[in-house]
Write a protein that binds this ligand. Structure first.
Ligand SMILES: Nc1ncnc2c1ncn2[C@@H]1O[C@H](COP(=O)(O)OP(=O)(O)O)[C@@H](O)[C@H]1O
Ligand SMILES: [Mg+2]
Length: 364
């Protein structure tokens, strides 16, 4: 997947920005607050029309304006295509090759990218919520059916929790609980199985990438953690074990008015040389591991869709030593990469590619 032209008519502080990227490395540099991350964010939006920085779509509308509009030409499935996204305060619109799509988010699956920003260090250091979110977004990109399953699960969980909140010990309510437990065990088991499969695949790619970045022999592993449940691998077994746990924790759940076990409470650990990197890894190791995870995510997209996703790396350079920076600048050869950074000196060490200087929402 190659972006051949990017255009932001208006987006946050970007105004009439237009550029033709290199098909390899693109460095976007400039001082703080000039619009570098805004460009990365705008490109990422084409992936699924959801920002990685904010949940509020309206935040991206330029101050004192009514809408934002961004557009890109890209090469995919062996032909040039175009996506245009626009949004005002109340509605989002998506156009593919000039035709308006039925729903703005039907864009999912058209353009692939992965984004890595300093906040992704939370993949290593953060809590389970953020880690699950990473898995869920990544798997949904590969399998739209997973996204549907997940939203069914979340809906069922809400219903079960609502029931627990107003529980009066009637037999009717117990029957209802049986119903929800069955649905939740079924969907939850499938979701868990997908996540385990994904983390296993992710490990395979991440090991290779980590090796390249760190130039070392450390062994990286990502281990899915079925919190409060037995460590099962097969979907059927997972469903049974979840069903069992739901039964066992039922009395407690009624007391606490909350479903305490299930994939909505799960986690994963990143292990380096058999030790949890969260507690034992150095800063550099943690950063490199987080970046490896994101790049491994990209390789899995490639394996399945046969399209190399675009890599968007926001502000990662300053956090890596020179050897690791050089790997990013010069070894990610088959990828189109956009890197934002403050230091133009890094640009000098690029062996190929283009650089763009951003100042006050413009490319100069
Ligand atoms: N909705 C918006 N409208 C106009 N400007 C915005 C909007 N949101 C953020 N900005 C401005 O964008 C700038 C930050 O851009 P950003 O890309 O994050 O900077 P950096 O170059 O450091 O990555 C700030 O000056 C901020 O005021
Ligand atoms: Mg920034």
């Amino acid at each position: 997947m190659i972006i051949t032209k990017f255009e932001a008519k208006s987006f946050r502080n970007l105004k009439d920005v237009e550029f033709i990227p290199d098909k390899g490395i693109n460095v976007i540099y400039g001082e703080n607050g000039q619009g570098k991350t805004n460009i990365i964010e705008a490109i990422w939006l084409f992936t699924g029309f959801k920002s990685f920085r904010t949940r509020k779509n309206s935040e991206m509308i330029p101050y004192n304006e009514e809408k934002y509009e961004i557009s890109m030409d890209y090469f995919s499935e062996n032909r040039e295509q175009n996506i245009t996204l626009s949004s005002d305060i109340s509605k989002q619109e998506t156009f593919k090759n000039g035709v308006k799509m039925v729903s703005p988010r039907s864009i999912i699956g058209e353009f692939f990218s992965v984004v890595f920003s300093p906040s992704h260090l939370n993949l290593i250091k953060g809590g389970p919520d953020e880690k699950r979110r990473f898995l869920d977004i990544a798997i949904s990109q590969l399998k739209p059916s997973y996204a549907r399953m997940l939203s069914d699960y979340v809906r069922s969980l809400k219903q079960r929790n609502a029931l627990l909140k107003s529980f009066n010990n009637t037999s009717y309510e117990y029957d209802m609980l049986d119903c929800w437990d069955e649905t939740i065990a079924n969907l939850g088991g499938k979701i868990t199985a997908e996540r385990i499969k994904y983390t296993d695949e992710l490990t395979k790619s991440a090991i290779e990438i980590y090796d390249g970045i760190s130039n070392g022999r450390e062994i990286l592993e990502i281990k899915y953690n079925q919190v409060g449940r037995e460590d099962k691998k097969e979907e059927k077994e997972i469903i049974l074990s979840l069903s069992d746990v739901l039964k066992k924790s039922r009395e407690n759940d009624i007391k606490n008015k909350f479903t305490s076990k299930g994939p909505h409470r799960d986690d994963f650990d990143v292990i380096l040389n058999s030790k949890n990197i969260k507690n034992f890894g150095s800063q550099g190791q943690q950063r490199s591991a987080a970046l490896s995870l994101k790049l491994a995510e990209a390789s899995l997209i490639k394996q399945i869709n046969d399209e190399q996703p675009v890599a968007l790396l926001d502000d990662v350079m300053s956090e890596l030593d020179t050897g690791r920076q050089d790997y990013i600048l010069n070894k990610l050869k088959d990828w189109q990469v956009f890197i934002s950074c403050c230091e133009p000196t890094q640009v000098l060490r690029m062996q190929s590619g283009k650089s763009f200087h951003v100042e006050n929402g413009k490319i100069i």
